[in-house]
Design a binder for this molecule. Structure first.
Ligand code: MN
Length: 228
């Protein structure tokens, strides 16, 4: 260990179901428009074109069960997603080898300051101000793939105060998990600790303080998050 000229910065990490050992987070990649119905609702063309990604920050991941309504926005949307956590990485990973790099999965939310994202889009600026803010990625505990395998089909849904807002199926992803890993590895050097948010089905909508969101991905524990 080396001396630090400021206080050492804590390594951000995620809780893993069934163990006190934690998963340290290195990077967070998020795919845009990975379900056709959501692509259409956002004004895009659902024909399969090259995927695109943006990033959140490792410490935007939050397992507290609370989502503090963020500053500087009055239109904050939920996006129901599945989180994929990598135990290893590399470059030029093949689709066939990709799942061998996955440690586990979790239910996650890609919370979005939609008004700020829209302003950025209109100005052809980066999206980070709408996406990568404090506690913008609530998520549940990681579930190891060695226990549940690699979910590729199964219902996903999100309710707010008991009303269903988002529904879909993992098999509706335009770019499947192995394809996302392979594609990212052509542009970045992936590594242990990287996580990928795999996109949202249609039905994204605004939340208000006091709302209770329940996110479900078949085979994973439900994620309940209160907007505070
Ligand atoms: Mn998203």
């Amino acid at each position: 260990m080396f001396a630090t000229v400021i206080d050492p910065i804590p390594q951000h990490s995620l809780a893993v179901d069934g163990t006190d050992a934690r998963f340290p987070v290195r990077r967070v990649y998020c795919i845009g428009r990975n379900y056709a119905a959501h692509t259409i609702e956002m004004g895009g063309d659902p024909d399969r074109e090259a995927p695109f990604f943006f990033q959140k920050n490792p410490d935007n991941l939050d397992q507290s069960g609370a989502f503090p309504y963020p500053v500087k926005s009055s239109d904050v949307h939920h996006e129901l997603e599945m989180l994929v956590a990598l135990k290893s990485g590399g470059t030029s990973i093949t689709v066939e080898d990709a799942l061998g790099h996955v440690y586990g999965y979790a239910v996650a939310l890609d919370m979005t300051r939609r008004d700020l994202q829209g302003e950025a889009k209109d100005a052809r600026r980066p999206w980070e101000i709408g996406k990568a803010f404090e506690r913008s990625a609530p998520c549940g505990p990681l579930i190891p793939a060695e226990r549940i395998g690699h979910p590729a089909t199964g219902a996903v849904s999100l309710t707010v105060n008991g009303d269903t807002r988002q529904t879909g199926d993992l098999d509706q992803m335009i770019w499947k998990v192995p394809e996302m890993i392979a594609y990212l590895s052509e542009y970045y050097e992936l590594a242990a600790g990287d996580v990928i948010l795999s996109g949202t089905p249609s039905g994204v909508a605004a939340v208000q303080r006091g709302d209770e969101m329940v996110a479900r991905v078949a085979g994973l524990p439900d994620l309940t998050v209160r907007v505070t």
